[in-house]
Design a protein around this ligand. Sequence first.
Ligand code: F6P
Length: 553
Amino acid sequence: MTNPITRPIDLPSWKALQTHAAHMKGQHLKDLFSSDQDRFSKFSIQHPNLLLDYSKNLITEETRAALLALARESEVESWRSKMFAGEHINATEDRAVMHVALRDNSGKPILIDGVDARPAIQAELERMRKLSEQVRSGHWKGYTGKAITDVVSIGIGGSNLGPLMVTEALNAYSDKRLTMHYVSNIDGVQIAEVLAGLSPETTLFVISSKTFTTLETMTNAKTAEAWFMAAAGDRAAIAKHFVAVSTNRKLVTAFGIAEENIFDMWDWVGGRFSLWSAIGLPIVLSLGYEAFVELLQGAYEMDQHFQSAPLEENAPVLLALVGIWNRNFLGYPAHALLPYDQCLHRFPAYMQQAEMESNGKSVNWAGEAISYGSVPLVWGEVGINGQHAFYQMLHQGTDIIPADFIGSVEPNIVVEGHHDALMANFFAQTQALMLGCDADQVRRDLTAKGVPAARIEEIVEHKVHRGNRPTNTLLLPKVTAKALGSLIALYEHKIFVQGIIWRIHSFDQWGVELGKVLAAGIQPELNLTKATNPGHDASTRNLIDYYKRAKAN
Ligand code: F6P
């Protein structure tokens, strides 16, 4: 990915989309629906594991054709082939991007840097299976001969959010033989509260870090080790209570974790795409190996769809293109992820890292500043809770925020009277955001309630919903491991397609480095015996001094 590169803004399709957008901005979604009864069938895709309805976007068939032309002119298909072929499309780190290899069950060799990765992937899966079966069955004994009851997963970012999100999502399928705990924050409160309820004799720590250098994880791992050693005394006991997942065996060994307890991952797996690797070990421990295989299978089925479906019927491609339409041509600054299933409550946080760490960039492949928007602000929360919090802004705020609504036909736990009530809201909200409610309708409704005409005129404008607010709806049959695997892979490929069109490197994350470097410099200054660096800007210097004065008192 070096010069010369094609810039999206120079493509004929980009220019056509700009002209087309000027026309579409004057349209209203409700009119698009009333003038075309086939809109749903035209703008929805049925994948075996999920339905994507993107019809409630301000698009027509002409829009879609132009967006597909943009994908073709951007050579999305050939870049897709390069990714699946293991080419070094992560150019700034000179790495392949092969998280897809981790779920490839075709049986064919997977060549990465000239080596078939399949045997190594299978070997790690097999080790995960064995460990989880031993621990879950109680055959794995702690240093006093007791079975493990609790697992503490220590990691942050991609080494935390994936396993956390998935184990929460599939908790209904867990036999609860083991209680899972996650520690990511370097704030000691989190680990202190987790450890307070545990016994060293029955706790297994999983230290997950691709690099094994991440400050938060290393600090928490050392605290866990000290807590454990205070009880166990003998370092030999560590082998029964600490396992690690990393690419960096040397550092893991130096930490004191037994060789046989180290699970490998590879540099061609990005942190935020790593739950499919041994980083998923907490998932296997919580749910059992079979559930993990189903998760991989769901992702594999989405990979196959992404590779083989024509672009016009390709769910990740369409999700990406509609996102680009909303971001680059209609100018919307943010994108909300609104799961309605409580079990998906960590999905927005997980996807926020995946989308924003991947595509939160402002230079193109050639290192030139880009003049168009890359990833919008991605955020979200369980939808039904949001309805009583921030949906006011979604319905009547000055900014239009497109949103993905994610729900399921069947809940993971059936409680009489709940699911239809939930789903009625799920369907009603996208309808309300789309249709809105004009002043005439407000007047009619208030008149029917007997509100005096003068009062109606005082409040009518406050009750108007302009509507025309785009949404995608994703409907899963049920949040099973397989459906969840497909859902995650759908978004992963959306991210890939958008990165290709924007001509940005989606698989590095240099933007997180500067803060880490500065924090490493500041930390020693926080010691009260040390002077604050006079070279800091006035704000930072005064804040540090204020903190130190307050700490001293
Ligand atoms: O700082 C960002 C980041 O590097 C993420 O990309 C990654 O998921 C996270 O930190 C954790 O990194 P590691 O797995 O190396 O501890």
